[in-house]
Design a protein around this ligand. Sequence first.
Ligand SMILES: [Fe+2]
Length: 261
Amino acid sequence: MDIEQVGPVGAEITDIDLSVSEQIPVKAIEEAFLKHSVLVFKNQKLSPEDLKNISLIWGEPLIHPVFKGMENYPEIIEIKNLGEKYHTNAHWHSDVTFEEEPPNATLLYSLEIPDEGGDTLFSNQYLAYEDLSEELKENLTNKLAIHSNLGVLILSGGKAKDAKEVEHPIFRTHPETGRKALYLTEAFVKEIKDVESKFSQETLSALYKHSSNESYIYRHKWTAGDLVVWDNRCVLHYAEHGYGNQNRTMHRITTAGSKPL
Ligand SMILES: [Fe+2]
């Protein structure tokens, strides 16, 4: 297994076949994951069963709270091109942060890739945290952000009255590395708890802008057979469209997480 860093976040992994479970160097993969936060496994050929087995390296596969999974694999969501109008992931986010215990990792495996467009961008939120002024770090330490599933609920045909809110720290400490990361998702965060509304709005918009600074970003250009796994605890991602009506098919699994602290 060869590991090569690809940017401010992420590493490309070659010379490994993840479909042969006895040969998977689990420990080395776990270490690389904690070090690089995004792993890109090249040239894989994975059945849904393989993907489900591999996901166990990162934890128990989850059933998505809103989107329906595949017929015999409820934990795998098949993502197809529904056209730009129905593409909802072109924004910086960490997956389903409106849950009490958002998933630790997301695995995205590409089966069919368009000729152009469809890049996924990743932003290193350890670096985003570390670069903040000492004053801001101090002001926001122990502050909570209120996350809501309202937007996703409406998109999936639900009712506003069923929306739920959870509170997570703005600076999250990664339970395994002990490092702090900025932990905000613009589409899900309503406000900072227990501060004046003007301060909340101004601070949040400055932090959103900061969190996707170019110096923290790795842009992944997909090839069919790539399996990309990212750490939702310290990375934001952004799924670009820009592939018109071309086919694009991906399989996605998220794995169980814990309450952000
Ligand atoms: Fe996502």
